[in-house]
Structure formats: C-alpha cells, structure tokens
Design a protein around this ligand. Structure first.
Ligand SMILES: N[C@@H](CCC(=O)N[C@@H](CS)C(=O)NCC(=O)O)C(=O)O
Length: 84
C-alpha cells in the first residue's frame, strides 16, 4: 500500500500526485495539515513537519522531498523510459 501525506494546495504535493496518476497507482490520500492526527502520525514516522511524505509499505520505504519521491516512483513502478 502506498500512502501520500500531503496538502491539496501544495505544489510539491501536486507534482507527486501527478506522477502517481500517470503511473496509475492506487494510493491512500492522507491530508496532513497542522493540528490533525495525520500530521502527528507523519511526524512520528518521518520526523519532519513537511509534505509531501510518501510511505510505500510493501517496500518498507518512507521519504520526503518531491523530486526524490517522483524519481523513486518512476524507478519502482515506471516503464523505465525515464532511466538512462
Ligand atoms: N523541497 C521540498 C519542499 C516541500 C515544502 O516546502 N512543502 C511545504 C508545503 S508546500 C511544507 O511542508 N511546509 C511546511 C508545512 O506545511 O508545515 C519538496 O520538494 O518536497
């Protein structure tokens, strides 16, 4: 299962949502705004007050940074076209 902790208005999150959509990956959308339980869970898991934050349970992967997340998704689930 893939979980994306994110905020709708965040452009970095938008980039990750777009990649998930492009790769047709199902994911659980965890809205992570200040003062919510999702936010607390995210900080507990990742240690940072920042979105996007990806959890890929099947691979035991957790990561921040939209570019790293997009690269990871492409590498793990893409066709490989983007790789050199
Ligand atoms: N370099 C980061 C930037 C992420 C970022 O700045 N996210 C903002 C929201 S757009 C954030 O988490 N701000 C702190 C907060 O929402 O508490 C990335 O590409 O993921």
């Amino acid at each position: 299962m893939i979980e994306l902790y994110q905020k709708e208005e965040c452009p970095f999150c938008q980039k990750v949502r777009q990649k998930l959509q492009e790769l047709e990956l199902d994911y659980v959308n965890r809205i992570s705004v200040k003062g919510t339980e999702q936010r607390e869970i995210m900080v507990k898991l990742g240690g940072e007050h920042k979105v996007p934050f990806l959890v890929d349970q099947s691979k035991g992967v957790m990561m921040y940074e939209s570019d790293d997340i997009v690269d990871y998704l492409e590498r793990e689930y893409g066709s490989g076209d983007a790789q050199e």
